[in-house]
Design a protein around this ligand. Sequence first.
Ligand code: NAD
Ligand code: ZN
Length: 366
Amino acid sequence: MKTVTVSLGDRSYPIHIEAGLLPRAAEHLASLSRGRRMAIVTDENVRPHLAVLQASLEAAGVASEAIILPPGEKTKSWAMLSQVCDRLLELGIERSDHVIALGGGVIGDLVGFACSIVKRGCRFVQIPTTLLAQVDSSVGGKTAINTAAGKNLIGAFHQPKVVLIDPSVLDTLPPRELRAGYAEVVKYGLIDDADFFAWCEANGAALLAGDPAAREYAIAHSVAAKARIVGEDEFETTGQRALLNLGHTFGHALEAEAGFSDKLLHGEAVAAGCALAFGYSAAHGLCPAEDAVRVAAHWQAAGLPDGLSAAGIDAPAERLVDHMRHDKKASGGQIPFLLTRGIGQTYLDKQVSLDDVRDYLAIQPR
Ligand SMILES: NC(=O)c1ccc[n+]([C@@H]2O[C@H](COP(=O)([O-])OP(=O)(O)OC[C@H]3O[C@@H](n4cnc5c(N)ncnc54)[C@H](O)[C@@H]3O)[C@@H](O)[C@H]2O)c1
Ligand SMILES: [Zn+2]
């Protein structure tokens, strides 16, 4: 088993990663149950894994209660938040109880937020079941729901007490979801780890085909990168944590254009967004053109979109830039942009002109 620690003083927590961890989850959870029933929140698609988790707890003498929500991004809503909170209160959750979030980023974000406000904050455990959640959303304590005004605009920082990652649960994940999560894996290489990007080039295909060793290595490496960044900048104040948003400003505009629908998954938008960030940087002489080519080639090899056309976006540049103006990171007509000097050399530029971005997007193939 690999263990990575998120170092945040008295809020530090371990992330355990091992194939076959879910059936043995009670080894890590029984001591947290305090002899009481544990609440598990999950979604309908995760039922097979819920059964494994509950069996593990039962064998350890821990009773559990499942709250099963509909799958999908719409579940990150006020309505579901109030439903989960009401149910947790009915179950008599105390501040020192641990609620288990078993699912993808939707469940993790919703349950984490619910746990930040129930009784002014109860504890929770993340058991992520998508690749995206295993390498990104389950670590770092950002929790949120979506509202009419946009995605993730209501939320809180609330760190889990432990994260249990079993890469084997990815066997049931639809391949398209796996690929979308893989985009966030590669992102860590693009940010500040050229060697890891090269590892992805060499091993990405094996990972996507389900190779257990490749999967475990990539997850542990990604989680360690995220843990380090979160440990340095938990609340995104120094700019370090903002590096994790590489490809996300472009990507967010594409997601908004696709109506945050299944037409374009978040990870797919991030892949296209990273390609655009590299393309923009290369077009402005900031990064070698061959690095932008390498990134696009890797997305193609991985079956991920490498730009607007592959992402199925044919909107005029002005409309895409309009979406950026509504990005929650926008202020005073400017958005901090993640640009790059090359693979593994991402930096934050607060002076990027949206007019330049529009001109660049206007000449991208549709
Ligand atoms: N908090 C953060 O730091 C952070 C970071 C990145 C993304 N996010 C959020 O994460 C969300 C996206 O997460 P996601 O991609 O995991 O989406 P998701 O939770 O919707 O899961 C994707 C799909 O896979 C299904 N699923 C989950 N596990 C499965 C399994 N093992 N087998 C079969 N099906 C399974 C789900 O039911 C869903 O249909 C977004 O809301 C995004 O805003 C949060
Ligand atoms: Zn993301």
